[in-house]
Design a protein around this ligand. Structure first.
Ligand code: FES
Length: 106
């Protein structure tokens, strides 16, 4: 039923614990976060401007944009602190055999 295309993006150990990295996956700039051994993926570009979230500060499940300190919940992409008001896109992630697979939805 599902035509989900899973893309092998990184090794599980490539994503540092309680931190964020940015990777280009199929030409898209994606941020990967590891919080309590779970990996999440979102767009890496802030919806407020052009801040790269991988250069920001991850605190718990919230990523703080390095440009104006807007914040997003990495689990959903929802904005949690102004001036960010528009959600970033979040992407499904699965782990298999030590690899991180992400579905970009197309
Ligand atoms: S560019 Fe991210 S809060 Fe302004």
């Amino acid at each position: 039923m599902s035509d989900t295309e899973w893309i092998d993006a990184a090794g599980v150990d490539d994503v540092p614990a309680d931190d964020v990295i940015g990777l280009v996956v199929n030409g898209l700039d994606i941020a990967f976060y590891k919080v309590e051994d779970t990996i999440y993926a979102t767009d890496n570009i802030c919806t407020h401007g052009h801040g790269r979230l991988c250069d920001g500060f991850l605190e718990g499940y919230e990523i703080e944009c390095p440009l104006h300190q807007g914040m997003f919940d990495v689990r959903t992409g929802a904005p949690t602190c102004a001036p960010a008001t528009e959600a970033i896109r979040s992407y499904p992630v699965k782990i298999e055999a030590g690899r991180v697979f992400v579905s970009l939805g197309f």
